[in-house]
Design a protein around this ligand. Sequence first.
Ligand code: C2E
Ligand code: CA
Ligand code: CA
Length: 434
Amino acid sequence: MDLNQFQTQFAAGEFIFREGDSGDCAYIIETGIVEVSVQKDDRKLVIATLAEGDLLGEMAIIDRLPRTGTAVALEDTRLIAIPHDYIHQKVDCSDPTVRFFLQIVLERYRDVHARLMHVFEGIAAPSDKEYQEIYATTTNVVRRLMTQYLDLQDRILSAVNTPDEEDHRGHDDETAWHAKQMLEAEQALSRALAADEFRLHYQPIVDLGTGRVVGCEALVRWQHPKKDLLLPAEFIAQAENTGLIVELGYWIATEACAFLRRLGDAVETPLFVSINLSGRQFEDAGLIPRLERIMSDAGVEPSRVKYEITETLLMATPDLANQYLHKIKATGAQLAIDDFGTGYSSFSYLHQFPFDTLKIDRTFVSTMIPNRKSRQIVKSLVHLSHDLNMNVIAEGVESGFEENLLLELGAEQAQGFHYSRPLDGDALIAFLQK
Ligand code: C2E
Ligand code: CA
Ligand code: CA
């Protein structure tokens, strides 16, 4: 964490925050003295005098609630602000066990805090109904979390190699069940990553005008030791939910860039490789430098790498997404918007993002022959793309009829079973050389 970025100064007598202000960060005191007080019937009650190294306003890190006290600098004071979002981003990316632990700690903290606040507010002790309610609910949560945790520990110890669905039936606590599922999924996936069980297949992308292969899309598979080759539908969502997609995503990028390098040696015309990025990967602050490093270590031309991003990701946080996209563009890589038209259709904002390519989703392409509406959508998407200086890749082309229609509608490139299914690296090179 770059501390300088979060440093702030307060002069003697200056308020850091007031009771009731909305709280979005905690502070660590670097130098100076801070007094924290609450107002009680026109009377100021000093609850703490804090100095170097002390933490204040930490409830804002836990829950975005109004400040419960007033903090004032008693002398010139330097603080480091720790934003709520910053911590939450880190927590969300962390290991599920760590998240689980934090959840327990936080619930205990809330519990203690709620009780303290009641004491301060002068509400009578356990006999008071409201107090008892709070006490009962919060401690129940703590108790439940503890039970979950011990249960979880049991399960880990008794080696959960084949999680039995039946086993979970009748378990009255869904949260605990989900937490365990997450942990098991995370363990299975990280074991698979360590055991090198993931594979990339590549689906050729063809230029509609010349019929030549111009690139390929990397699609991940899991060679499970006890099952067939698993498709992304069976594990990507879990990788995203557990946060493992971040690590897996780096493996995918590294593998895809190594393959691009190999392609460069195997075939004459330079091709590009498309890499799918999922939303969770953008929560990792190190994403862009790391991708840059992966491309340069592999010795590939960044302009030959295209990152595919789905529209759902953009819609969630358009401003943040836009910043990231510009940073990816600055590495020299290309950007494609994937599955376009399947989310909240979003023609109006598309122009603000620096995409090179728009990928028309398979649902439109596969229905455009029988369905006039789909055909009209494909036509509009092609026009829109060209107006915004993007080229088009049509996905899921399965017949020569679709190919001809796409060519007529002005799409530049296509991929689909009509050309080839996704192939492993050797098979793709053989396909290209034939
Ligand atoms: P996607 O990015 O839309 O990938 C295209 C999917 O359509 C692939 O499925 C591909 O096999 C399939 N496909 C291609 N041509 C045709 C066709 O002509 N007909 C039909 N019916 N299907 C076709 P796959 O490999 O199962 O991937 C599914 C999704 O999983 C991908 O959709 C993508 O969202 C995700 N995914 C795949 N690989 C990765 C990855 O490396 N990282 C991330 N984050 N997501 C990935
Ligand atoms: Ca894709
Ligand atoms: Ca797609």
